[in-house]
Design a binder for this molecule. Structure first.
Ligand code: C5P
Length: 395
C-alpha cells in the first residue's frame, strides 16, 4: 500500500465558528505524517489566531497575498507543491467564490491556481446551506471535481438544528488520508460487524463484554481508504464511524444477525470483528428484577453464530474471522478457522487487545500463519486489508 509519509497538503481555513476545529484537524493530519501548510482568510483570523496554527504545524501561516507572509507567487508555488488543498471549514461565501472562480485573496488564488485535488468541508447555518444559491454552488463544485465532505446535521453554534455542521476533525482527517490510498477496492462491497453486543436481562441490566469496537472501526476506515463501499454493523460503542460508511447500529446479537441478513446480499468481503455474546437470557423482564434473599438462576440460550451463517451461504463472500483468546491462541484460532470454514482468521490475545489502542495480530490462512507485530489498530487494519487483497488476487 502506498505510504502517505511524503504527502503534503494546504489546509485552508475560512471564517466560520468551526475554524477552531481546524486546529485539531491540523494536529491529526500531522500525526499521520502529512506535511501541513496552513493558509487562512482574513475572516478566519477573527475566529482563531494564525499563531495557534503556526505552533501546531511548525510553519508560518499564510494569510495575505500582500503582507510579509506572501511573496507574491505563493498562490502558484504552494498549490504546485501540495498534493491536496483541504478547506475546513468552508463557508458559504468561500464556496460561492470557488464556484465562480473568484480569486480576491491568497486562499482563493491558491485554489484557482492549483493542479491538485480540492476537498472542502462546508460549515454554516442550516438555512445558508439549504439556500438555493449554496446548493447551486455545491452542485457546480462537485461537477468541477471538487470533493465535498459533509456537512453533517446536528446542533449548530447558532442554536438551530439541521444540516450545516462541519464533520468532526477525526472524520475529516480520515477522509484526507483515504484520498492518498490506491483505490484497489473500488466497486467492492465490504461488510463488517464490530463492537460488543448487549444482551438484556431486564429493563436496566444486561450481559456485554469489554470490546471497544476500535479494531472493527479501524478496518472499516482501511476498507474505505481503498475505495470499498463499507457497511458497518456495530454494537454499542462510543466511537465515531468513519464518514462514508453505511452504519447500522444494533444492540443484541439477534439484532446484529438480522441486520447482517438484511444487508449481506451483494457483499464481496465479510469481516466478523464483533465480540458477539455467545449466550443471551432465555427470558428478559420488561421491568427491573427485584432482589430477594434467595438465589437467582438465569437461563442462558446460545446466540446464532453470525459469521458461520454468512460463511455457509450458498455463494458466500470472502469471510474473515477474528479470534480473541486468553490462552492457547494458535490452537483455538486454527480450530475456529476450520470449524467456520474461513479462508482467513485474525487472532489476538484478548487481554492485550480488548479496549487497547494497539495490538499484535496473527493471521491464519491456507498458507500458514503471518505475524503482524504490535502496532496501532489502524496500521493493523491496513495490513489486514492488504493481506485480504493479496489472497483475493486483486492488483
Ligand atoms: O466467539 P468466537 O471466538 O467464536 O468468534 C470468532 C469469530 O466469529 C469472530 O469473528 C466473531 O465476530 C464471529 N462470531 C459471530 N457470531 C457469534 C460468535 C462469533 O459472528 N455468535
Amino acid at each position: 500500500m502506498e505510504q502517505i509519509k511524503t504527502k503534503s497538503i494546504v489546509l485552508g481555513i475560512t471564517g466560520g465558528i468551526a475554524a477552531y476545529k481546524a486546529a485539531e484537524l491540523a494536529r491529526m493530519l500531522i500525526k499521520q505524517d502529512i506535511v501541513v501548510q496552513v493558509a487562512m482568510t482574513d475572516a478566519a483570523c477573527h475566529f482563531i489566531t494564525p499563531l495557534t496554527l503556526q505552533a501546531l504545524t511548525g510553519k508560518p501561516v499564510l494569510t495575505s497575498s500582500w503582507g510579509e507572509s506572501g511573496n507574491g507567487m505563493d498562490h502558484i508555488n504552494l498549490s504546485r507543491s501540495a498534493n491536496m488543498i483541504v478547506i475546513a471549514p468552508a463557508t458559504a461565501d468561500f464556496i460561492a467564490k470557488l464556484a465562480h472562480g473568484l480569486a480576491d485573496d491568497l486562499l482563493s488564488n491558491m485554489c484557482l491556481a492549483r493542479n491538485c485535488s480540492l476537498l472542502i468541508a462546508p460549515a454554516m447555518n442550516r438555512q445558508m446551506w439549504e439556500s438555493a444559491a449554496t446548493q447551486r454552488n455545491i452542485k457546480q463544485l462537485m461537477a468541477d471535481g471538487v470533493i465535498v465532505l459533509g456537512p453533517d446535521s446536528g446542533v449548530q453554534a447558532c442554536g438551530e438544528e439541521g444540516l450545516g455542521r462541519m464533520l468532526e476533525p477525526a472524520q475529516l482527517a480520515q477522509a484526507v488520508v483515504a484520498q492518498f490510498q490506491p483505490k484497489l477496492l473500488t466497486g467492492t462491497r465490504v461488510m463488517l460487524t464490530a463492537g460488543p453486543t448487549y444482551e438484556a436481562i431486564d429493563a436496566v441490566r444486561g450481559i456485554t463484554n469489554r470490546s471497544s469496537g476500535k479494531m472493527g472501526y479501524a478496518i472499516a476506515q482501511a476498507a474505505l481508504e481503498l475505495g470499498a463501499q463499507v457497511t458497518l454493523v456495530s454494537g454499542p460503542t462510543v466511537l465515531l464511524a468513519p464518514h462514508g460508511v453505511e452504519l447500522v447500529q444494533v444492540n443484541s446479537a439477534q439484532e446484529m444477525f438480522e441486520a447482517v441478513k438484511t444487508h449481506v446480499a451483494g457483499t464481496d468481503i465479510f469481516i466478523g470483528v464483533a465480540a458477539v455474546a455467545d449466550y443471551r437470557a432465555a427470558e428478559t423482564s420488561t421491568q427491573k428484577i427485584k432482589k430477594s434473599t434467595s438465589n437467582l438462576t438465569l437461563v442462558l440460550v446460545p446466540n446464532p453464530d453470525i459469521l458461520a451463517y454468512v460463511a455457509a451461504l450458498p455463494k458466500p463472500p470472502f469471510c474473515v474471522g477474528f479470534a480473541a483468546e486468553t490462552e492457547n491462541l494458535k490452537t483455538y484460532a486454527t480450530q475456529k478457522r476450520t470449524a467456520k470454514k474461513l479462508p482467513l482468521l485474525a487472532a489476538n490475545l484478548a487481554q492485550q487487545a480488548i479496549g487497547a489502542d494497539d495490538n499484535e495480530l496473527i493471521l491464519f490462512d491456507d498458507a500458514g500463519e503471518h505475524l503482524l507485530p504490535r502496532a496501532d489498530k489502524l496500521t493493523q487494519a491496513r495490513a489486514l486489508m492488504n493481506h485480504i487483497i493479496k489472497l483475493k488476487g486483486i492488483t
